[in-house]
Design a protein around this ligand. Structure first.
Ligand SMILES: [Zn+2]
Length: 468
């Protein structure tokens, strides 16, 4: 008890200190007893877990956890022990806005960190970083010292990005709801099951780990949404399908939420209660995705035996992207020697940067690819409109598979109607439902952010691949 008391006073001291010196994280604005920008959570200690790992996983600090759990002995954690914590309290806090939806964050320089590495971590230019911190560095990068606090102007999503996610996005803790399975959770965030297993190795050993209420670590490519459990009272004339549609759910999903308590899903009683897990807004700190960027060390895609390039002037990419395009098209054509070469559209402009009318295509990691088409359209040098007549569904599926086989696809934009045709084709060829669930947004509706393959207007003439 005495020890916890001392720790608490120590923390209050720290809070006062950080309030005075404007260091992150601010302690004054308590929400539910947690610092602003973090949220209170209750977790269970896993087997062999230590406090440091728990703090890291939930982006908080050991001190913060000790303060939330009076009497806690950090050296004697038990499996199954409940802990209260403030998730995200160790994330950097924004000081003020600096234009373009970005904010100024403070970064504490760690031992051995270079300016280039910090610039990369926040996706900013080294030059801009130097300029903003001129008072500290005086224009000399070698003046950088561990413990210094640099000001960085960047997007919130980038500032909160986690190391476990390669600084692509913040880490998200997905809370499992009844009836969810791994492929479905993966598709909810546009990631692969493999990626989920990598971040949650315990799940691999023990699939029972997917118990409702447990959490999974995710590096989401689709921004996570808040979720709340509500009771829906069945009104006159409502069916399972109409209720599901109302909450943007698939009827199968709604049925699973009932955990077998629904005797006859075809005959709902008026006034009957159904459990609904309803999606809300984007979780704070996510969804502020940063498509802006440049391509300082790009290369031009050379002519190749397996593809034809629509316009070489706009076919600049990172060396890795070019390699991936080459290996995917080669894999596709080796498996099907009679397939026409693949039409490659825009990547990025030389040097990258804004490329209207594209929203992305700024950093050399995006490529527009033509669908496989029958007849003369199959060897066109432009992107013809696809119809049920000219679309070669079997070959397009093979082409998509070849891109996925690179293991480096982050997402694919594809018209929803074409998704349907590919989905049905792949299913008829025996591709597992769990695999299709992970890949396609179809059949959950194009408004739902789901799957690695997603609908986006204008992607009926070509599909768009974004590499990791
Ligand atoms: Zn595109």
């Amino acid at each position: 008890m005495a020890r916890a008391g001392v720790v608490r006073w120590l923390l209050i001291g720290l809070c006062l200190y950080s309030a005075v010196s404007s260091l992150a994280p601010p302690c004054a604005q308590a929400a539910g007893g947690c610092p602003r920008g973090s949220k209170p959570r209750s977790i269970q200690v896993g087997k062999g877990q230590v406090l440091g790992a728990i703090a890291r996983a939930h982006e908080t600090s050991i001190g913060q956890i000790v303060a939330r759990n009076p009497g806690l002995n950090p050296d004697a954690l038990r499996e199954g022990q409940k802990l209260k914590l403030c998730e995200g309290s160790a994330r950097p806090a924004a000081l003020r806005s600096c234009g373009g939806g970005r904010k100024v964050f403070q970064h504490e320089v760690r031992r051995g960190e270079s300016l280039a590495r910090i610039a990369k971590r926040y996706a900013v230019q080294e030059k801009a970083l130097m300029k903003r911190n001129d008072g500290l560095l005086g224009g000399d990068p070698s003046a950088l010292r561990a413990g210094q606090r640099l000001k960085v102007c960047t997007h919130a999503a980038r500032a909160h990005a986690a190391k476990a996610c390669d600084y692509r996005t913040p880490l998200h803790q997905h809370e499992i709801v009844p009836g969810e399975w791994l492929a479905e959770i993966a598709s909810r965030y546009g990631v692969s099951q493999k990626e989920l297993l990598r971040l949650n190795p315990r799940t691999r050993k023990n699939p029972d780990y997917l118990r409702p209420g447990r959490t999974l670590r995710v590096c989401p490519d689709i921004p996570p949404r808040t979720r709340e459990r509500i009771d829906h009272r069945v009104a006159r004339g409502q069916s399972l399908a109409s209720i599901a549609a109302r909450y943007d759910l698939h009827p199968r999903q709604l049925l699973r939420f009932q955990q077998g308590r629904l005797n006859d899903p075809d005959r709902l009683r008026v006034g009957q209660r159904l459990v609904v897990w309803k999606d809300g807004g984007v979780v704070e700190g996510f969804g502020d995705s940063d498509e802006a960027g440049s391509l300082p060390h790009g290369l031009q895609l050379p002519e190749g035996a397996h593809y034809r390039i629509k316009n070489r002037n706009t076919a600049w990419g990172t060396p890795r992207t070019l390699r991936l395009v080459q290996s995917a098209t080669e894999r596709y054509r080796r498996a099907d020697r009679r397939a026409p070469t693949v039409l490659i559209g825009d990547l990025s402009r030389r040097g990258g940067g804004p490329f209207p009318p594209h929203k992305s295509h700024q950093t050399g990691q995006d490529v527009d690819v033509g669908y496989a088409l029958h007849g003369d359209d199959g060897s066109a040098r432009r992107f013809p409109r696809t119809t049920t007549k000219n679309l070669d569904v079997a070959r397009t599926w093979k082409l998509i598979e070849a891109f996925l086989a690179t293991g480096a696809v982050r997402y694919i934009f594809m018209d929803y109607r074409i998704q349907e045709q590919l989905y049905e084709h792949a299913r008829s060829r025996g591709v597992a439902r769990s695999r299709l669930d992970e890949l396609f947004q179809y059949p959950r509706g194009k408004r739902r952010a789901y799957g690695i393959i997603r609908d986006d207007p204008g992607h009926d003439r070509h599909f768009h691949v974004r590499f990791q």
